[in-house]
Design a protein around this ligand. Structure first.
Ligand SMILES: [Zn+2]
Length: 312
């Protein structure tokens, strides 16, 4: 049985989750990775992101694949003007994208590590302003799509808690050691089971659409490391309508996580001349979904201050 894609990643607070139900779509074993347009210049280095213990060899392989792929992504100037402006990068080369990510993500944490148990001086890591998680009704048969966590920027929540408590927060990461969270830009991202599941419901995890979906999510989470004061963490807003109505799965700003993620995927899709039509269609579908999460009609919607808080 193949997992059937019902909805793209749903973002709640700083948590990215995917909605997946079981279906019986036929498998598409074709590997589309080789169709990626290679960067005409030299690839960038692999992003210096440290993985904790706890990843299986297969999971490490996927993460390494994604970071290698990122080192070859380029988006031509015509497709990237807005992305460059919003991300404040001077060019759309792989090196700029890798640097942008490295400034915001330093550690990827395996799913089985309890952040709460690993964090000292902060007794709870969830950002209280993030809003509710998916409602759970244990007394009723659950007929809703299963929710998988894809990724969560846990560092932002730890920083918030540390700041509120006026206590230093230290996270003990297996395989890495103690990390003091002095800023959301300490960059602690926890990977969930959804990261290693086909949210698109077909193909291989290393196919271009899956790879770009995961990289887009990584950039989304990276944006949660930015901002200060009221904009700290670029928290999400309740969607007023549509698929995600009444869930914290939208942005009420014009330069937040969904915008970053959308512009990256949109720019790549427009640049990748050698991508197959099916790949382009899938990437367009993703970016349309992401665009729908940006609440443009609300009065006062604008770009937020992305200056990071604290020092890492
Ligand atoms: Zn988010």
């Amino acid at each position: 049985m193949t997992l059937h894609w019902i909805g793209y990643a749903l973002l709640i607070g700083n948590l990215t989750v995917g909605l997946i139900g079981c279906g019986n779509d036929k498998d598409h074993p074709e590997n589309e990775f080789s169709e990626a347009a290679p960067y005409p210049g030299s690839p960038a280095h692999i992003a210096a992101i440290h993985l904790t213990d706890g990843f299986t060899p297969t999971e490490k392989d996927i993460v390494t694949h994604d970071l290698k792929f990122l080192s070859t992504i380029w988006i031509d100037h015509g497709a990237s003007r807005k992305m460059q402006r919003v991300m404040k990068i001077s060019d759309p080369t792989p090196l700029s994208l890798v640097h942008w990510l490295e400034e915001r993500v330093q550690f990827m944490i395996a799913e089985n590590i309890s952040i709460e148990a690993s964090t000292h001086y902060a007794d709870h890591f969830v950002n209280q302003a993030s809003g509710p998680r998916i409602p759970n009704h244990p007394d009723k048969p659950d007929t809703s799509p299963k929710v998988y966590t894809v990724m969560a920027n846990v560092g932002t929540g730890i920083y918030d808690k540390s700041r509120n408590k006026k206590q230093k927060a230290t996270v003990s990461l297996p395989g890495i050691g103690d990390v003091v969270v002095t800023s959301p830009r300490t960059g602690l991202i926890q990977v969930g089971e959804g990261y290693f599941i086909s949210l698109l419901g077909r193909g291989h995890l290393k196919d271009v659409p899956h790879t770009m979906s995961r990289i887009g999510t990584l950039f989304h989470e990276a944006r949660h490391s930015d901002g200060n004061g009221l904009s700290r963490g670029f928290g999400h807003a309740v969607c007023p309508s549509g698929t995600y109505a009444q869930k914290y799965a939208c942005d009420d700003n014009l330069n937040g996580p969904y915008t970053i993620e959308r512009l990256l995927i949109k720019g790549f899709a427009e640049t990748c001349k050698s991508c197959k039509p099916g790949t382009i269609d899938t990437l367009k579908l993703l970016q349309v979904d992401l665009k729908s999460r940006i609440i443009r009609r609300s009065p006062g919607v604008k770009e937020w201050d992305d200056t990071p808080e604290g020092k890492r």
